[in-house]
Design a protein around this ligand. Structure first.
Ligand SMILES: [Zn+2]
Length: 292
């Protein structure tokens, strides 16, 4: 309860401070419309507590009114990169804040050797995961609405989750590592150079653990042991990703597979596998939400 109260305060503060930083982005400017309810659960539950002693005034009403609905948790899914990035080097190479330093707005991402691009993979998996989570009662926001545009920049992607007061932000990616390496890994935040994400390190680590368990179970994909910054099989920790450094809500990345490995390339190119990957992400998110 304490951490939730603290988080709510942090989110409110952050939403206020970030409003000026994300103006101009259609994705970011649409996000602030949904975060306005963090304070409603406590006020509605306290008012309902005052009514039990009052007898029902209308005998025609057979049952008491239902309790106020618990607001659906908000989860942000961030499909990495975008389909138009490669054709817009001027836009995606522009430097943006990244948590104590700057880095390019966005990158093109990788692809399989056969040419299936990471941006298409991440968009497909994120959409599938969004559908599964919405069916589970979660409000899902995506950081981009198609796979043909440019960006949004990495700082804007973080702002979308922060402004929404998201319970969790998951950035979906796939790796482009050595052909001999395979497997998936979840990236949890380390303390950002500017220290700004300190309050979300612990819940982000909890989310990472839930995602590793669920993704492995749903896909059978082995936890990777090749990446740098490896903490445990399937788990890496980094302080150089803007999406994690700028997070003021729990946030993780998942690298679903290595697109340059033949076995993993066949997996990501298979629609049925992508559905299992989405199921693993959705299961991990729901497990994290249930454990908060
Ligand atoms: Zn990527």
């Amino acid at each position: 309860m304490i951490s939730r109260a603290v988080r709510r305060g942090v989110v409110a503060l952050t939403a206020a401070t970030l409003l000026t930083g994300c103006a101009g982005s259609p994705e970011a400017s649409s996000a602030p419309s949904s975060p306005s309810s963090p304070s409603s659960p406590s006020s509605s539950s306290s008012s309902s507590r005052t009514s039990p002693g009052t007898p029902a005034a209308d005998p025609a009403t057979p049952s008491p009114p239902p309790p106020p609905a618990t607001p659906a948790p908000v989860v942000v899914l961030d499909p990495g990169h975008n389909g138009g990035n490669a054709a817009a080097p001027g836009e995606i190479n522009r430097h943006v804040p990244a948590g104590g330093f700057t880095k390019p707005c966005n990158t093109t991402g990788t692809s399989t050797n056969a040419g299936y691009p990471e941006h298409a993979f991440t968009f497909d998996v994120a959409q599938r995961a969004a559908a599964l989570l919405r069916a589970g009662g979660v409000t899902v926001l995506l950081t981009r609405s198609d796979d043909a545009g440019v960006g949004p920049c990495v700082d804007q992607r973080a702002a979308i989750a922060n402004d929404a007061g998201a319970a969790l932000a998951v950035s979906v990616h796939a790796d482009g590592a050595a052909a001999s390496a395979r497997g998936f890994h979840v990236i949890e935040p380390a303390l950002a150079p500017d220290g700004g994400n300190a309050a979300v390190l612990a819940p982000s680590a909890a989310a990472a653990g839930a995602l590793i368990t669920a993704f492995a179970a749903a896909t059978g994909e082995p936890p990777a042991s090749y990446p740098g910054a490896l903490v445990a099989p399937g788990l890496t920790q980094r302080d150089d990703l803007a999406g994690l450094n700028l997070a003021r809500v729990p946030a993780v990345f998942i690298e679903c597979a290595n697109m340059r490995n033949a076995t993993d390339a066949a997996a990501v190119s298979d629609e049925a596998w992508r559905q299992r990957a989405a199921q693993g992400i959705a299961d991990g998110v729901l497990a994290f939400l249930a454990g908060r």
